[in-house]
Design a protein around this ligand. Structure first.
Ligand code: ATP
Length: 903
């Protein structure tokens, strides 16, 4: 049975069965919305418009989960064996280690989860709401029943709402009804018993506007929404994992199994070949298993990743899908929008061209101070004397969805709505238009697919007449005009060539060009459809030339990513000339191709086109997906930016989808891997850099930790095969594995980008993490660490030291060797003896200092001596470990040096 039908309809829901006026008066509100006071009172009454957070894993569950790990099973088995063998003391220490390991894992996972949650919190939903008679953008959480909100294509509906006005509105409601085809909406009331999917006059929280626009009255918020009734909670947050981390976790599990099998084999060999006593053999087997398994690795990887995404968020790039962190490091092409990402999206009309005049506009910012100067006379032009200017100002005011909010001075004025609209409205105010009186009857909202916006209004001076005002991309408007004029009644045939030249000239100056047109509408018209626009018959009124300055930081970022072997492509809806001018100025390139040419090209031809062009002008969102595919077919790893609802498919298709946090629609953010909090291209470059850094650090942690296991495994294996006394006891192995390796490798999570990071070519995504270079390093460092530990032990035995001292010396040698190896491992290829070793990662020195203290305690603190069978050693016995450490460091540095020379 249908779930919707089984649910009892709460009374507030009857909004769908009542007429607009009735619903408005029922909520004691009008189209001007609530006052701030009324909203504040309602907020205390209804509570915030949010669903309770999803059921989080309880602390106890998280703690219990730490024990569900094959490596812990091995340790627990070791505890049982030692207990059976009567080594109760060892049992206690092993159990203590298991406990400490669980607590460390628990705390680190907690930090990781907190990091992720704080990042999620940055992605709060906002809503355009009318309070005290003005529109503003507010957090959706603040909405209350009675609020009047505005919805546009790509918006997530922030609360349940009754539509009051709707233009071509369709809403994708699959979250609620399971129906994936967007439902058409209108304001007419429906039957009281209509099921959710049939309530066409309602927009429900959690659904997404697919097209059109609407004004609506909020009827239900928070848990009183339909979605709230169904789910009652938010979905779980994503876990901190990437393909790499997942692979490594699997790898350590496999390693655990292999280690256990090898340990059993060793015990068998020892039993049959060397005739060892069983108890000692079992201890050695346990020691080996414990040594070979990288117990601390998963925790270290998780924390490295968590810290990385947190730092990335600090640089305005919010990760939505963890896997993208790795992909970012191998990006070879960034496809970026122009407006707002590469440019500032601060639109100022500079030039206005009409059939009769050319005007220059002065003043900066969105404030109205500034003049409209007639270029011919050099005088300020008045609206009364210039019908053409009046017509341009009229279109600017009517076909406009923005509101300007006054500030202290002109620079501080802000726009609510589209900046292009804002800039054009500012021009109207500067020209002397009066502003605000709404005469709109219907609207076709702007969409980057058809690139215009139109309104049906009553005539400014003759209220009985109706006019359609149209503004948008000049080529689209020219196609729909057959005459040009300085008003609707003073016209001549359209001189298209002249306008093409004007557009080209304005574009070549880097100006963004929009055009204005109008036509009369028959009496009694009350709706406006795209068909009414596309049927043509408009009078061309002129052009607005708008500057939108490039972002200087984006220019610097383009240079940096070029240096890192990454191509930058500009994909814009704007005109070819404008795009070329801006792209040239920003250093992207000047090889331009237009959407129309892309359309004519086959998929194969497109593969050549993307090799040869940097700038894609006059594109529509559906071109983007073809471009991504062509680039990918050429072997590129593509990051693609987007903001509009139609960009979602290309963001999904790209390797890293990047959504704009400010101007992006909710639909795009949902489809994206990364959201830019500041819409800035420079943040994409920063994200790529962080992606490379995080991947490096994960790799560094692995290449640092595995030799510990290799070295210790080797020590036990060799000693058993040769029939010698174990140079390190199983408990001491645990110490090195968990305390030393984890303490030290944590330092790598804080490692900033390597010198020369952005001069490297992108990483080949097919390259395996453990490439030859890494495997060779792991093997020889294992041999070195294992070798020096055995050597130290044998030397001590030779020189008459007792067993405890010899073992202590062996452990010290391993630990000091690791400290020195850490210094070498902080830089993958670059020389470690550099200033950055001391300056860029202070945490690493804290980790080292902490490790030294722990190790001193291990050697000299009586209770640790008892626990681990160590004993105090003289100062002279520290010389050997230090020499061994320096040797490890030198060897690794030589290896790096050779690789620098060869590679
Ligand atoms: P980008 O794709 O780089 O963000 P863009 O903002 O120019 O650049 P769109 O938003 O797709 O791309 O706009 C395409 C064209 O539509 C613009 O070049 C302009 O001519 C026209 N246009 C943009 N905004 C509006 C608007 N608010 N009203 C009418 N027409 C507009």
């Amino acid at each position: 049975m249908n779930r919707q039908e089984t649910m009892a309809a709460p009374e507030s829901d009857q909004a769908h069965a009542r007429e607009v006026e009735e619903v408005l008066s029922g909520h004691r509100t009008g189209l001007d919305g609530l006052t701030s006071d009324a909203a504040a009172t309602a907020l205390t009454e209804h509570g915030p418009n949010a669903l309770p957070a999803g059921e989080k894993e309880t602390r106890l569950k998280r703690l219990v989960r730490q024990f569900r790990d094959p490596m812990i099973y091995v340790l627990l088995a070791a505890a049982v064996f030692t207990a059976v063998l009567g080594q109760v003391f060892d049992t206690i220490v092993i159990l203590a280690v298991v406990l400490i390991n669980a607590v460390v894992g628990y705390v680190q996972e907690g930090r990781a989860a907190d990091a992720l949650e704080s990042i999620r919190a940055m992605l709060t939903l906002s809503a355009t709401v009318r309070r005290d008679g003005t529109w503003s953008s507010r957090p959706a959480e603040e909405l209350v029943p009675g609020d009047v909100i505005r919805l546009g294509a790509g918006d997530r509906v922030p609360a349940d709402a009754r539509l009051v006005r709707a233009t071509n509105l369709t809403v994708e409601e699959s979250a609620l009804t399971g129906e994936s085809v967007p439902a058409a909406k209108s304001v007419e009331a429906v039957a009281a018993d209509a099921v959710l999917g049939d309530r066409t006059c309602m927009a429900y929280s959690g659904t997404t506007v697919a097209s059109g626009s609407a004004t609506a009255l909020v009827t239900g918020t928070g848990t009183s929404t339909e979605i709230g009734r169904i789910t009652e909670m938010l979905s779980e947050v994503e876990t901190i994992e990437t393909p790499l981390v997942r692979a490594m976790k699997k790898f350590s599990t496999v390693l655990a199994v292999v280690a256990v099998v090898m340990a059993l084999a060793m015990v068998a060999v020892g039993w049959f070949v060397h005739d060892y006593p069983l108890a000692e053999l079992v201890m050695a087997g346990i020691g080996f298993a414990v040594a070979a398994i990288p117990e601390g690795l998963p925790a270290v990887l998780t924390i490295t990743l968590a810290l990385g995404v947190q730092r990335m968020a600090g640089r305005h790039a919010i990760t939505r899908r963890m896997g993208s962190v790795e992909t970012l490091g191998s990006v070879t092409t960034i496809c970026s929008d122009k407006t707002g990402t590469l440019t500032r999206n601060e639109m100022t009309v500079r030039t206005v061209v009409t059939p009769a005049h050319r005007f220059e506009v002065t003043g900066t910012g969105y404030g109205p101070s500034g003049d409209v100067i007639d270029s011919e006379t050099g005088d300020a032009a008045e609206l009364e004397d210039h019908h053409d200017l009046f017509a341009m100002a009229e279109v600017a005011e009517r076909a406009n969805d923005s509101t300007l909010q006054p500030g202290e001075d002109d620079e501080d004025w802000a726009v609510a709505g589209d900046p292009t609209d804002g800039g054009i409205r500012t021009f109207a105010l500067k020209a002397g238009a009066k502003g605000a009186d709404e005469r709109r009857i219907a609207v076709v909202p702007f969409d980057s697919d058809y690139k215009y916006m139109a309104t049906l209004d009553t005539h400014a001076r003759k209220p009985e007449e109706l006019v359609i005002h149209l503004k948008g991309a000049p080529d689209r408007l020219l196609d729909r005009c057959d005459r040009q004029g300085i008003g609707l009644h003073d016209t001549e045939p359209l001189d298209r060539d002249r306008w093409e030249t004007e557009i080209h000239e304005l574009g070549a100056r880097g100006l963004r060009v929009l055009a204005a047109a109008a036509r009369s509408a028959p009496d009694g018209t009350s709706t406006l459809e795209r068909a009414d626009i596309d049927s043509g018959g408009f009078v061309f009124l002129g052009l607005y030339g708008i500057i939108d300055p490039p972002r200087p930081e984006a220019m610097a970022a383009i240079e940096r990513v070029h240096g890192a072997g990454i191509d930058v492509k500009m994909i814009t809806g704007d005109h070819a000339d404008t795009a070329r001018a801006i792209a040239g100025e920003m250093g992207i390139g000047d090889r331009v191709i237009t959407g129309a040419e892309l359309e004519r090209a086959s998929d194969e031809e497109l593969q050549d086109i993307v090799r040869e062009h940097d700038v894609y002008a006059r594109t529509s969102p559906e071109h983007k997906i073809r471009l991504v595919k062509a680039l990918q077919a050429n072997g590129h790893v593509v990051a693609m930016t987007g903001d509009g609802v139609n960009d979602a498919p290309s963001l999904k298709r790209s390797d890293v989808g990047v959504a704009m946090g400010i101007k992006g629609t909710e639909a795009t953010k949902d489809a994206a891997d990364v959201v830019l909090a500041d819409d800035n291209f420079a943040s994409i470059a920063a994200a790529v850099e962080m992606g490379r850094t995080i991947y490096d650090n994960l790799k560094k942690a692995i290449v640092f930790m595995l030799p510990t296991n290799g070295g210790q495994g080797l020590v036990i294996l060799v000693s058993l095969v040769l029939g010698m006394t174990l140079p390190i006891t199983p408990l001491q192995v645990l110490w090195v594995n968990l305390i030393t390796a984890v303490t030290l490798s944590l330092a790598l999570a804080f490692e900033p980008g390597e010198p020369g990071l952005m001069e490297r070519k992108p990483r080949d995504p097919r390259e395996s993490l453990l490439n030859a270079e890494a495997v060779i390093r792991i093997v020889y460092v294992s041999l070195l660490l294992g070798g020096v530990a055995i050597a130290a032990f044998l030397w001590a035995q030779e020189n008459g030291h007792n067993l405890a001292t010899s073992r202590t010396l062996a452990v010290n040698t391993l630990v000091v060797g690791q400290i020195f190896y850490l210094l070498a491992a902080r830089f993958t290829r670059a020389r470690s003896l550099r200033r950055e070793l001391f300056t860029t990662n202070p945490i690493s020195w804290v980790c080292i200092a902490l490790m030294v203290l722990l190790q001193l305690a291990f050697v000299y603190a009586p209770f640790l001596q008892t626990a681990f069978g160590t004993t105090g050693v003289g100062l002279d016995l520290w010389l050997l470990p230090v020499v061994a450490g320096v040797a490890v460091f030198v060897v690794v540095e030589i290896d790096k040096g050779v690789r620098r020379l060869v590679g």
